[in-house]
Design a protein around this ligand. Structure first.
Ligand code: AMP
Length: 403
């Protein structure tokens, strides 16, 4: 039975304690993470990013740095001001100057640190000032910048950032990913673009059909490189990078640096500036975490119970399988709790609709498989639930941290 007073907590678990996590056993394991009041993730406009520790080959502390100190051009500064960005985050303050000075950058940072602007702003600026000067850009021009991201959602998010930061410049972009028809994406590319944001699979498809050219790429960004590795994209990345001009600027971002990523970085980057950003307090310190032991058959009932007793306003539930996500969503809906699922079997428009419903608050629950939810940046999530035991403890904390 589930206690009715909401105190089903049997133990508090530090999620980086492998022994405890494994001892808990997968089948009876549910964790719930709640942000502590005042612990808004770094980088939200409403709440300026918290200080982070930083090791770089250049530069030092960043707290007093302003965007105007970074030699950014007025149209970019104007967009940032309108977006409510007051100060650069540490990764931005440390990587924008070397990137503007044409250096390669190795950024060790996760989603939520502001890393998208850290690579997007220098690319937009260098395009406008050096590579595409003038307000009238030729129709049919080939892309100068390529950004690779592991998932469709992340690619779309990055493209939105380019759209926003570059809205007062003539720079144009296209975003391409699988799961939707290629026609509109190809047409967008053929009209002429400066920046191409892509997932590796669709890019290779279009390259094979000779519908996109990488001959003029001067900037190459590899985002979430460790996720790329997890998702089996290292070989496609090698194929793509072999097609890029040698004369280019490369920026690689990864939350972790396993051996394979280190090798990849060694191959792709030339004398990079390394910027490492680690939050002052770990997810474990800033987030309340609870572990519940229940029979497998009672997990859904526990979800419903927690939803009501813990006043979950906006909750992401991670499941291990796509079917598990669908099953849970159906049961929650049947219990009158608005829920949407996102996973790899959903068509792109279904995923967009589900995310919109969640972001707008129409649906308070988003059920997601890990892969589908990687790198998503969603504001104001009050609870994160690991419905199944994550295989790596770090996966659980980064899920809680990045939502
Ligand atoms: P990212 O790590 O690039 O996914 O960014 C995380 C969030 O921080 C996004 O919602 C950005 O819009 C926001 N953000 C990025 N840079 C800043 C900044 N300097 N000030 C405030 N918010 C920011």
């Amino acid at each position: 039975m589930i206690p009715s007073d909401g105190t089903a907590e049997l133990t508090r678990l530090r999620l980086n304690d492998k022994t405890a996590a494994h001892a808990a056993g997968e089948r009876y394991f549910v964790t719930v993470s709640t942000s502590r009041p005042g612990s808004t993730p770094p980088g939200k406009p409403s709440n300026p990013p918290a200080a982070s520790t930083m090791n770089t080959t250049t530069g030092s502390s960043t707290d007093s740095t302003a965007f105007t100190d970074l030699a950014l051009i007025p149209p970019i500064l104007e967009a940032l001001r309108a977006d409510g960005y007051e100060r650069p985050t540490p990764i931005q303050a440390q990587s924008i100057p070397p990137a503007l000075a044409k250096r390669d950058v190795l950024g060790i940072a996760q989603t939520g640190t502001g890393k998208t602007a850290a690579f997007a702003l220098p690319i937009i600026q260098r395009l406008v000032t050096e590579l595409r000067p003038g307000m009238k850009l030729p129709v049919g021009r080939k892309p100068k910048a390529l950004v690779l991201a592991p998932t469709r959602e992340l690619a779309a998010q990055i493209a939105e950032s380019f759209a926003s930061y570059g809205r007062h410049t003539p720079v144009r972009f296209a975003v391409i990913f699988g799961g939707v028809g290629q026609g509109p994406q190809v047409r967008a590319i053929q009209q002429g673009i400066d920046i191409l944001v892509a997932t590796p699979g669709r890019l290779i498809d279009l390259l094979q059909q000779r519908l996109v050219s990488l001959d003029e790429i001067s900037f190459f960004v590899l985002d979430e490189a460790d996720r790329m590795l997890d998702m089996g994209f290292i070989e496609p990345i090698r194929r793509i990078s072999a097609l890029l001009p040698r004369q280019r600027q490369t920026m690689l971002y990864s939350a972790t640096m396993p051996k394979e990523i280190r090798h990849l970085a060694d191959n792709l980057l030339r004398d990079p500036v390394t910027v490492t950003v680690t939050p002052v307090s770990s997810a474990v310190d800033r987030i309340d975490q609870k572990l519940f032991f229940v029979l497998k058959a009672q997990k859904t009932q526990l979800m419903i119970h927690l939803f009501h007793t813990l006043e979950m306003e906006r909750v992401v539930i991670f499941t291990k399988t796509k079917h598990g996500a669908d099953r849970l969503t159906r049961k929650l809906k049947a219990a009158g709790i608005g829920s949407e699922a996102i996973h790899g079997n959903k068509a792109q428009n279904q995923r967009v609709r589900a995310l919109d419903a969640f972001r707008s608050g129409r649906s308070p629950v988003l059920v997601a498989t890990d892969v589908a939810a990687r790198g998503l940046d969603i504001d104001d999530v009050t609870h994160v639930i690991n419905y199944d035991l994550p295989m790596e403890p770090e996966a659980a904390t980064s899920r809680s941290d990045s939502c």
